[in-house]
Design a protein around this ligand. Structure first.
Ligand code: NAP
Length: 307
């Protein structure tokens, strides 16, 4: 029987592990499909406080893991395949192994939706990004392209005009899902060019291991063309990793965990941390803060119950 199991090993899960570890609770961290979370897909992180020279994303999460292990956290590979949250202790199936836990912190994150082109996937971190806040700074005076037609795409395009020489926004339809205010703001920005009814068929250049351009296809005429680009930002939405909790936890229409105050979910003893609940901020530092909150909740609950 575990005191606390933490699902996910990104910033939220690792921070929860540091805090529950230091509280003597010997947390078990289930790493999940993408060990290290979204930071493991980025290169340089310049906005995490405490690193004046910046730090590589994978190094930052690895440091957090080591810090948690120093306090007794145990990490295991694998993914949660099923969960029974109907009564305590909660039961989890991790790759076929059944475990029981008094409390649970869900820090399973959200994954960016990608175009799923092989060339796009190989160039993530080398010019392809899903986070303007994280990576925009690297494209000062460069040619930037944003893909998507929702609020995220508008927000990222606007934000990226602070850095780029120009920003081309590519959308597959001729109308937008974005709210009027966000769209109007983007349209009023002289640095943003709109390319409508257009898909990206390929990202160049795999040989250089660097983004140099894309192959565009007009979805009305079928015409294809090449366009030079230095940075490609995919802003076509996120998918929270909550599928195994469907029907048990309160989720919103897009699958994000609904917060019941602080780090609490609708189930007593189950807490949330990070992007699995947060669709607004999605930063490493906010995820870490949320992991800390969830850990403190767990500590207080177990103490009140005499464990
Ligand atoms: P979204 O609203 O779901 O929009 C996703 C966009 O990506 C859509 O335009 C969609 O095209 C496009 N898309 C999806 N899959 C694609 C694919 N495979 N290839 C090309 N394009 C694809 O997602 P979001 O913009 O991330 O926003 C999510 C939620 O957060 C929304 O509720 C939004 O209002 C909110 N949000 C708010 C703010 C703000 O207010 N500051 C900022 C960001 C996000 P179609 O339109 O053709 O489906």
């Amino acid at each position: 029987m575990h005191n606390v199991v933490i699902i996910g090993s990104g910033c939220a899960g690792n921070t929860a592990a540091i805090y529950t570890g230091r509280a003597g609770l010997a947390p078990l961290v289930v790493k999940g499909r993408e060990a290290g979370g979204q930071l493991s897909l980025t290169t340089e992180v310049e906005n995490f406080p405490g690193f004046p020279e910046g730090i590589q994303g994978p190094e930052l999460v690895e440091n957090m893991k080591k810090q948690a292990e120093r306090f007794g956290a145990v990490y295991r590979d694998g993914n949660v395949l099923a969960a029974d949250l109907s009564k305590r202790p909660f039961r989890l199936n991790i790759e076929g192994e059944e475990i029981e836990t008094r409390t649970l912190i869900i820090a399973s994150g959200a994954r960016a939706r990608w175009l799923d082109l092989p060339s796009e996937q190989k160039l993530i971190g080398h010019g392809v990004s899903s986070c303007a806040t994280c990576d925009g700074f690297f494209y000062r005076d460069k040619q930037i392209m944003v893909v998507g037609g929702g609020d995220s795409a508008m927000e990222e395009a606007n934000f990226l005009t602070r850095f780029g020489r120009n920003v081309a926004l590519v959308h597959r339809r001729d109308s937008f899902r974005a709210s009027k205010i966000m769209l109007d703001r983007a349209k009023a920005n002289p640095k943003i060019e709109f390319i409508m009814n257009t898909a990206i068929d390929e990202v160049y250049d795999l040989e250089q291991n660097l983004v140099t351009g894309v192959k565009l296809r007009n979805l009305v005429t079928g015409e294809t063309s090449r366009r030079d680009v230095d940075g490609l930002f995919i802003a076509i939405g996120h998918i929270p990793n909550t599928q195994v909790f469907e029907g048990q936890l309160d989720l919103d229409k897009d699958g994000y965990i609904v917060s019941h105050g602080g780090a609490r979910t609708n189930i007593h003893g189950v807490f949330h941390a990070g992007d699995v609940q947060d669709r607004t901020y999605r930063q490493a530092i906010t995820a870490s803060g949320a992991g800390c909150m969830a850990a403190i909740e767990v500590e207080r609950l177990l103490e009140a119950e005499g464990h």
